[in-house]
Design a protein around this ligand. Sequence first.
Ligand code: FBP
Length: 698
Amino acid sequence: MQSEENADVTQLIEENTAVQQVVSNVSNELIARRNYKPAVCNVFLNEFTKTEETNDYKFDTHIEAKKRLPDIIGNKVQIIKGVSSADELFRKKYCKKRNIGIVFSGGPAPGGHNVIAGLYDAAKKANPESSIYGFLLGPDGIIENEHVELKDDIVNAHRNLGGFGMIKTGRTKIDSKGKMSLSKETCSKLKLDALVIVGGDDSNTNAAFLAQEMYKDGVQIIGVPKTIDGDIQVRDANGSVLCAISFGFHTAALSFSNSVSNLCTDSCSDVKYWHICKVMGRVASHLALEVALQTHANITLIGEDLADYVDMRRLEKAKKEGTTDYTAFGMTLRHLSRVICDGIVRRAAVGKNYGVIVIPEGVLEFINEIQIFIIKLNTIIAKYNSTHDTDFHSDFPVLEDKLEYLRRLAKASREEGIFTIWNTRDDDLFNDIPAFFQEGLLTERDSHGNFQFSQVETDKVLMGLVKDYLKILKEKGQYKIGIPKSYFYKTLEKENLYPDILGPVLFDNFGEDFLIMKDSITSVKTLNQALNKDGIIRDGDKIPGPVEKIYKKSIPSFKTQLHFFGYDGRGNDPCGFDCVYAYNLGLTAFSLIANGSTGQMAAIKNLEKEFEKWEPIGIPIAPLMRIEERKGKLDLVLEKTLVDVNSPCFRILKELREKWLGAYPGEDDYRKPGPIRYIEKCEENRPLTFVLNELAKK
Ligand code: FBP
C-alpha cells in the first residue's frame, strides 16, 4: 500500500524517465561491459579452425587412469590452427547443426559468462541453427534435465559480467551409476552432440569419467579450467607449461589485492590496527602469493612454504645427542604463531604497532598436527557414512554429540585393545583446542569429500595463539613500542628535564633512532623502581609527568581487525585478462567440439606471454589424473598444483619479505595494484606470479 505522504515520490518515479534511469539497475558500467568485445586469438580470425595432434608433450600416465579411462587415455595435446578456406566435406562437418550443453560446476569464478558467450558465438557463427543449452544449478541440472536454451538476449545480458548467475552453479558430483545413467538419459533426450563442463579439479575429473562413459554414445565432453584458487595448472612431464592458470584467478587476486592494499593505506594512516586478511584458496596458496606481490603486505603466509619448514636448531640439538628429532620437520601451529609475533614485535620496536597480515584460507592443511586431524576425521566421517548408510552430521548434529562419538572411539581403542584411527592421544590433543575450532574441523565435507576450509576460522585460531604469546612477551618486557629519539628529547626538554641523563636509565639502546624501554620496566611500579635506583627520584616522589608519558607510549596494545576475502572477489566482474581469456576458452571449446575431440580440456598456451602469442589448445584430461584421498578412500582425480617454492616468483617473495615487513624506520613499501578494469589492452595485465617467472627465464 502506498502511503498518502509518499504519493508525490511515487508519481516522480512513475513519470520522470530521468529518475527512472537513475534508480534502474542498469548502470553505465553495465552497459559498457555488455558492449565490450574481447580480443580474439589470431586463429579465431579465420572462418574455421582445425586441430592438429602433437607429440611434443609427454605425460606420466597413472596406471589406474589407463585402466579406468581406456578410450580417452591415448588422447594427445591438440593445437588449434586457423583455416581460411575449407573443402565441402570439412565445411559440412564443422558447420553441422549441433546441440551443445554447458554447465558450471563448483564455486563461481569471474569470466564464466564469457566462456558461454565464446562458445555461443562460435557455435552460432558455424551454424545459426545450432542450439546451446545451459544446465541449471550445476551438475544437478544434467542429472535432473533442468536446462534453459540460451538465446541472444540471455547471453548478451551477461557478457563480461561476473558470477555464474546466467545458469547458476552447484557442487554435485556425478559419482554414482545412478547419476551417470540419468546424465546419459538427459544427453540422449536433448540429442546432445557435446557437453562442456566448466569447473575445477574435481569437475574436470568428472568430465573425464563422463567422456569415457559417453564415448560410445558419441557425446563429446570438453572441460574448461575454472577456479579462483589457481590450482589447475598443467605442465607436461618435462615441465612445459600448457595451462598456466585457470580463468577467474587473476580477477579474484586483483580484487583481494585492491582491498588489502586499501587496508595497508588505512593501517599506516590510523596506526592502531593489525589487519588480519584471510584470503580464499581451499588448499594452495597461489592467491595469497599473488596478493603479496601485488600489495607488499607486511606478513604473508604461504602454506607450501610452511610444509617445507625444518627447525634446524632442534635438529642440531638432537644430532649432538646422537638422535634425530623428527618433530623438527614441518611447522606447528604454535611455532607459526611465534614467527608472526616476531614480525609484530620487530615492527613495534620501530614505532609501527600496526600492519597487515595475509593468511591463506588453506594454511592449516600445511600444519602438521592439523593436517593429521583433518585426514583422520575425513576417514572417520567417511567410514561412518558408508557403514551406517546415514550421515554423520545428521546423526550427530551438535558438537558435543560428535565429541562423544570420538570419545567412544578412543575408549574402544583403549579398553578393547582394538586398533582405531582415533586413540586416546588424539582425543586429548583434540580436547585441547577451542570449541569453535573443533567445530570447524568437524564441519561437513563438500560433496567431493573435500575439507571446507572456508568454514573454519583459521585466522581466529592463529591470532588467538599470537595474542596469547604477545601477552607473555609484553609481561617479560620484550614487546615494546620504540619511541622516536627526537620525540623523547622534545617531550623532556619541554619540561626542563635532561634527556641525556634520563635516557640511559630508561632505555637499553639509548642513542639509537628508536628507543626501546628496558625489559625490566613493565609497569609504573617498575618504572618508579628504575628511577629510584638511579637516584633520579626518591622514595615517595612522583614520577615526572613527561617520563610517565613516554613510558605509557612504549606499552603496546595489540588490536586486530579480521577480514575474509573470498566470496567478494569470486563475485567480481572479470578484469580485462579474464574477459579475454574466458571468451577465448569458449571459442576453443567450440573448436574442439567442431573437430570431434572428447576428453579434452580447452586451454590457452602462452598465457604468461604477450597476447599475440596466446595459443588455443586441447589438453588430454586422462593423463593428468592421479590418486588422491577423497571421502576416506583413494580415488582417481585431476592433480592440484600447489605453489612451487622453487619458482622464481616465490623466491623473489622470500627475498623481499624482510623489506615488506617494514621493521625499519620510515615508510612501508606498500604497493597499489589499482582497481579492476576491462578496457584498453587489459589482456596484457596478467598475474605478477607469471610475469616474474617469465622474466626469470630471460
Ligand atoms: P572451486 O574449486 O569450485 O572453484 O571453488 C574454490 C573456492 O572458491 C575456494 O577458494 C573456497 O574454499 C571454496 O570455493 C568455498 O566453497 P563454498 O562456495 O562451497 O563455500
